[in-house]
Write a protein that binds this ligand. Structure first.
Ligand SMILES: Nc1ncnc2c1ncn2[C@@H]1O[C@H](COP(=O)(O)OP(=O)(O)OP(=O)(O)O)[C@@H](O)[C@H]1O
Ligand SMILES: [Mg+2]
Length: 370
């Protein structure tokens, strides 16, 4: 699957711009703050109906404008025109060949996409929410039922937490047992579906991940991802029952799949305390590429790969190794950003691949001849 043309209107610092893209490798160079990441984000937005930077729609729309619009021409087994029209907090439509998706959930997964940025190391250093987001991002693209279950679970969880809070505020005797039971009951089915799919995903991801880690690091150490969930040992029904008093006192839901986590291990030790920075980078990179590989294998389309700023944080040898790995492994279309145009060209010239280089300046894109 390839994105051949992209048209942006009022998207962040892009007032009106269009770009014709290479089906293989595309490099965007330019100084800080010019719009490189924004361009990748536009591609991500078209595929996932949200920003890869967790930015809300009202911050995406160009300051002073009331709407934004993205248009992409995709080549799959046919040519598809995809249009996103967004008026923040008002309208959000995704049209594929003129037909609007009924729900955004229906749209997600049609155009698989992965983004790799230096910030990904937060997967190891930050709290468990990042790691759950990694699982959710992968599974949402693989399985529509997963995404629906997740949206439903999160909705009930929000209501449940709000209820617990309101009981706490209004004092003794306000606890509504029947209401809590009703929330609990509604959570069970989606929680079990989410749990099962997360567990199965990690089992599938592990061998691919180990293989990629070895290729990237040349290391001999055995790395793995381990799933941590309260549901591994108890049924959610029992957990909720046991946590009744605790939830009531703390005024929030202390049990459920929103507590799941991923533990990164090398040689059976948690990575956090064990790995060097370089090892950590290789670890995360292998994990993201494993995500890519899995999407590629499970979907009928080769995902788009966005590589934002990886040159700035990885040394040149590692970047060259990464590009080589990408090209060797039948990767699809790739988008790379960098602040130095010579650096990208220097590396890419070593490979006999077709690529297009663009320079970005204040939300304007111009093609460079190479
Ligand atoms: N909603 C918006 N309206 C207008 N401009 C915006 C909006 N959101 C972000 N910008 C502008 O986009 C610019 C940042 O673009 P971007 O993050 O793509 O830069 P970059 O080229 O990736 O830079 P770096 O090399 O530092 O990563 C900033 O100057 C910011 O002011
Ligand atoms: Mg950037």
């Amino acid at each position: 699957m390839q994105l051949l043309k992209l048209k942006l209107t009022n998207f962040k610092n892009y007032a009106a711009e269009q770009v014709e893209l290479s089906p293989k490798l595309n490099c965007f160079t330019g100084l800080n703050g010019m719009g490189k990441t924004n361009l990748l984000d536009a591609i991500y937005y078209l595929c996932m109906s949200k920003s890869c930077l967790s930015v809300r729609d009202n911050h995406i729309v160009m300051q002073g404008a009331s709407f934004f619009r993205l248009e992409g021409i995709f080549q799959t087994d046919m040519t598809e025109k995809l249009v996103a029209k967004v008026i923040p907090s008002n309208q959000k439509v995704f049209e594929r060949n003129g037909v609007a998706a009924k729900t955004l959930a229906e749209h997600i997964g049609r155009y698989p996409i992965i983004v790799i940025t230096p910030d990904d190391t937060q997967l190891a250093t930050e709290g468990s929410e990042m790691r759950r987001r990694f699982l959710d991002n992968t599974l949402s693209q693989l399985d529509n039922n997963y995404l629906k279950a997740l949206l439903f679970y999160n909705k009930i969880l929000r209501q449940r937490n709000a209820a617990l809070k309101s009981f706490g505020k209004s004092g003794q005797g306000s606890y509504n047992e029947a209401l809590m039971q009703s929330y609990n009951k509604q959570m069970l089915a989606p929680a079990h579906l989410i749990f099962d799919k997360r567990k199965a995903l990690i089992e599938k991801l592990n061998p691919v991940f180990l293989d990629l880690y070895t290729a990237i690091s040349g290391g001999q150490e055995t790395v793995s991802l381990a799933f941590r969930s309260q549901l591994l040992e108890h049924s959610l029904e029992d957990l909720l029952e046991q946590a009744k008093e605790k939830d009531r006192i703390l005024q929030r839901s202390t049990c459920g799949i929103h507590k799941d986590d991923l533990i990164f291990k090398t040689e059976n030790q948690p990575v956090k305390r064990f790995a060097s920075q370089g090892q950590l980078k290789s670890f995360i990179l292998a994990m993201k590429l494993a995500q890519y590989e899995l999407l590629r294998l499970e979907k009928n389309k080769v995902p788009i790969l966005l590589l934002d700023d990886i040159f700035d944080k990885l040394d040149e040898r590692r970047v060259a190794a990464l590009i080589e790995l990408l090209l060797k492994r039948e990767f699809g279309q790739i988008f790379i950003t960098d602040t130095h145009s010579k650096r990208v060209a220097g590396i890419l010239d070593r490979f006999d691949e077709d690529y297009k280089e663009f320079e970005i300046q204040d939300g304007r894109v111009s093609g460079l001849v190479n």
